[in-house]
Design a protein. Structure first.
Length: 416
């Protein structure tokens, strides 16, 4: 099981509730929606939504927002100072499933360990129509208690890992790798699509691959923070530090291709300064600070040319893209596995494209058998803005083709 906590939001929970019940654009096609557990007084809205009515959905949103409005009224502060909306996703591995009763137990146990009580409003919704059965949990952190206290979000990361681990043990689910055991990062479908248009890999994926490989190579040689910074510089990744009141480093960020990304944003479990020095075996001592600052000010000369491209390969399975990277110029760096969730429409389009490709290949084989000519062709992407367009370059033309048709055969496939 994988537990993911989304960033808390301000104001109303309307957008989150509409999202999990299919009232807004979702990152996958949702057909089978079921409310697993809720303490809201409103009726479960999924049935009415299928009939085209949003009345029950509006009632649930109002019920969830009452505590926030009461707290704002008591304090007299603007809503933007509050982040009351908690949103988490519990996702099972491919092939696993739980009964509604088991999901109810799992949701209540998770909320209990995350600090929620009966005095806080919540709802949980099961999406079972994808390859990975998962539940969305949306809760209001404001409690119906004197003073309207909020559930603390301190140490949410550690509590989330503990809760997921206990649920896995409770129902005998397959253990997911802990974040500190892998280099995996989650990349959004939008990032993948943008990178595909630029004929490259997602920016954060390329950066994470380089940082992870440099950690591996530095650790294998028992290196320190100076060796780590030098290894990153060879990959055209430059380090920025943030300092505490005593002038010692307390935060780290990575600059790559003109963009700066904080280690906490890239991968909180492994790429922060604290994790590097306490968990990843990158040694740092206060006496190293002057030399470290000198290393940080250095930049590789542009005259040395661009580094060799990163080797990579990928494939798709059950709607997930699996990406493997190995940066150049790193010693003994393993492949780094990343994965990206694709939308249902993307998966269906890819399946249709594969079926069309198989049909074309079969037709060419039939022509080869009939006319005895080797059908050699290569397929390359055509205009990416035209759906289903592919251009085929015929290496050896068939004898029945006209002379002017022997070079290029173009077909436009209208994919459903």
């Amino acid at each position: 099981m994988i537990g993911k906590i989304l960033k808390s939001s301000t104001g109303s929970c309307a957008n989150r509730i509409k999202y999990i019940y299919g009232g807004k654009k979702h990152d996958h096609d949702i057909v089978n929606i079921n409310t697993i557990d809720t303490n809201c007084l409103a009726f479960c809205p999924e049935v009415e939504i299928q009939r085209g009515s949003l009345e029950n959905l509006s009632c649930m949103i109002l019920d969830m927002d009452i505590a926030t409005k009461l707290k704002v009224g008591e304090q007299g502060k603007p809503k933007r100072n509050l982040r009351p909306i908690f949103h988490a996703v519990l996702s099972l591995d491919t092939g696993e499933s739980l009964t509604p009763t088991q999901w109810t137990i799992a949701v209540r146990h998770y909320l209990k360990l995350m600090g929620f009580k009966r005095t806080t409003k919540y709802t949980s919704v099961l999406h079972a129509d994808t390859g990975n059965e998962h539940v969305h949990i949306v809760a209001n952190r404001v409690s119906f208690e004197p003073g309207f206290p909020m559930v603390s979000d301190k140490n949410n990361y550690e509590r989330n890992i503990q809760a997921v681990s206990e649920i896995e043990d409770m129902f005998g689910l397959r253990k997911a790798f802990r974040p500190e055991e892998t280099w995996n990062i989650t990349v959004s479908g939008r990032e993948v699509e943008g990178a595909a248009r630029a004929h490259t890999m997602p920016y954060r994926s390329r950066l994470a691959a380089r940082v992870g490989a440099c950690i591996e190579s530095t650790r294998k040689r028992n290196g320190d923070i100076l060796n780590f910074v030098r290894a990153l510089r060879r990959q055209r990744v430059y380090v920025h530090l943030r300092y505490d009141t005593e002038g010692q480093p307390k935060g780290i960020a990575y600059e790559f291709e003109g963009r700066v990304t904080a280690g906490k944003t890239l991968k909180k479990a492994r790429f922060t300064f604290q994790k590097l020095t306490t968990q990843e075996g990158i040694r740092y001592e206060p006496r190293m600070l002057p030399q470290l600052q000198a290393e940080l000010s250095k930049r590789n000369s542009a005259s040395k040319g661009k580094p060799k491209p990163v080797q990579h390969r990928y494939w798709v399975n059950r709607g997930w893209i699996y990406l493997y990277f190995v940066p150049a110029n790193t010693a003994c760096s393993p492949f780094l596995k990343l994965k990206v969730k694709r939308t249902g429409a993307q998966v269906r389009q890819e399946i249709a494209h594969e079926e069309a490709m198989a049909l074309i290949k079969a037709v060419l084989q039939i022509l080869t058998a009939l006319f005895g000519v080797a059908a050699k062709y290569t397929a390359k992407p055509g205009n990416p803005r035209v759906k289903g367009y592919t251009e085929y370059d015929q290496g050896e033309a068939f004898p029945f083709f006209a002379p002017e048709q022997r070079r290029v055969v173009q077909k436009e496939l209208q994919l459903a």
